[in-house]
Design a protein around this ligand. Structure first.
Ligand SMILES: [Zn+2]
Length: 423
């Protein structure tokens, strides 16, 4: 569902295509004797039958980026569904109930916001999100079209009440790795230790446009923005490596230089030419890390470096942070151990690793119960071919998904069979 002519998949948040896949799982749940319902945000919840005090949960998403793959998100939903289906048939009865949450809109590609369904479910999505647009529709309109209620976001009303939150014993999400570590190291399963957050900024540089032939070399004569930018990039690369050597978990990317529609116009980038000293430049800067303090500490160093380099070249630098999302420094260690035990039982090799990408699991891991403790959260990664994701070439084999589903089912069953809290 949502297949496109390039062999990719287009299932934006709150689209008919996304709803169609959710409806498929609702029908499958019914056919399998599992309970299901939609919350007022349009998230689909599938549960084992029976009354339970505590619930062990899994979940993921079915939306995609434009021309995306069919495994990012969906692999976790399929694995979760199969796990519930097979465990529900078992006797003796479970101590805790099992629940699968199929979240709406995890990908930010549609409305520019990640994890719309899970954030809103915990009452943590800003009402201003409703005015974001995708395919010419406001989020508010797209939600209504899919029978979800935008008023819940307008009023910041969570669909998961404080009581319900209190009774989530654990949450485990399976996902494709979206990187190459497992394939390179030839491991079956990734046990996720942390989820990286990100801080993103635009850096705008302004100097002086001069004649390239008549202006002598050297900073005394030239206020060359492109040259200053090149030095900044090399120095930022050295700086991040220094921090990594000192034990920080960081990845840094300069994804865009001098090529953004709005910013070209505002900064007069169009005035740059082959025969001119560059008087304007800009670039994007993204730093990702699991530990918010490490990201903040690094960011302060990067700001100083950018301003010092700008001063050295006699130009001005303006830094505008447009997104700042804290990561999860450590996922629950007991659950990491449960997943490790499941891998050992199933004779599957594994590696411990942080998640470089954001997931709904990070939203759940950020939730606190009344006593201040966090909901215990874990993540299971399966390999994907060449680490490719967000592309029609995204692929995980049936065996890789089945291995992951077995680890997920074993871990969920362990947690649901014991009369103890995962934390
Ligand atoms: Zn995903």
């Amino acid at each position: 569902m949502g297949g496109d002519e390039k062999g990719g998949f287009d299932r934006p948040a709150y689209s008919g295509e996304e709803s169609c896949v959710m409806q498929y799982f609702a029908e499958q749940a019914k056919a399998s004797g599992l309970q299901h319902h939609y919350d007022n945000l349009g998230n689909l919840i599938i549960e084992t039958s029976g009354a339970f005090e505590q619930w062990v949960e899994t979940g993921s998403h079915v939306d995609t980026v434009p021309c995306g793959g069919n495994f990012d998100g969906l692999a976790g939903v399929v694995a979760g569904f199969v796990a519930l289906q097979s465990i529900a048939k078992l006797t003796p009865p479970l101590h805790h109930g099992l629940r699968l949450r199929i979240w709406r809109g995890e990908e930010s590609a549609a409305f520019g916001i990640t994890s719309i369904g899970s954030r809103a479910a915990f009452g943590q999505l800003s009402p201003s999100s409703l005015t974001m647009k995708c395919r010419g529709k406001l989020l508010r309109e797209a939600m209504s079209d899919q029978h979800a209620d935008p008023a819940a976001i307008e009023n910041s009303t969570p669909s998961i009440s404080a009581d319900e939150k209190e009774h989530i014993a654990a949450y485990i999400e399976l996902h494709i790795e979206q990187g190459k570590l497992l394939e390179t190291e030839q491991r079956n399963i990734g046990i996720v230790t942390a989820i990286r957050g990100s801080r993103r900024s635009w850096i705008s540089l302004s100097g002086t446009f001069d004649h390239s032939g008549a202006t002598p070399m050297g900073n005394r004569y030239r206020q060359d923005c492109n040259l200053a930018m090149a030095y900044m990039h090399v120095r930022l690369d050295e700086l991040v490596h220094e921090n990594i050597t000192n034990g920080f978990d960081l990845v840094q990317t300069i994804g865009v230089i001098n090529s953004h529609g709005d910013k070209n116009e505002n900064l007069a980038i169009y005035n740059n030419a082959v025969s001119k000293v560059s008087g304007a430049a800009f670039f994007s800067h993204e730093i990702r890390g699991a530990d918010a303090n490490e990201v903040a500490a690094y960011y302060r160093q990067a700001e100083i470096l950018i301003h010092n380099t700008a001063a050295e070249f006699g130009i001005n630098a303006r830094i505008e942070t447009f997104s700042d999302q804290s990561g999860i420094g450590t996922l629950n260690e007991n659950i990491q151990q449960q997943i490790t035990d499941a891998c050992d039982d199933l004779k599957l090799s594994h590696a411990h690793m942080p998640s470089g990408a954001w997931h709904d699991a990070a939203v759940v891991a950020g939730q606190q119960r009344r006593n201040g403790s966090a909901i215990p959260v874990g993540m299971i990664f399966i390999p994907c071919r060449s680490g490719i994701s967000h592309s029609p070439d995204e692929y995980a084999s049936s065996q890789q998904i089945a291995d992951g589903a077995s680890v997920l089912a074993t871990t969920l069953l362990q947690l649901a069979s014991r009369n103890i809290q995962a934390d």
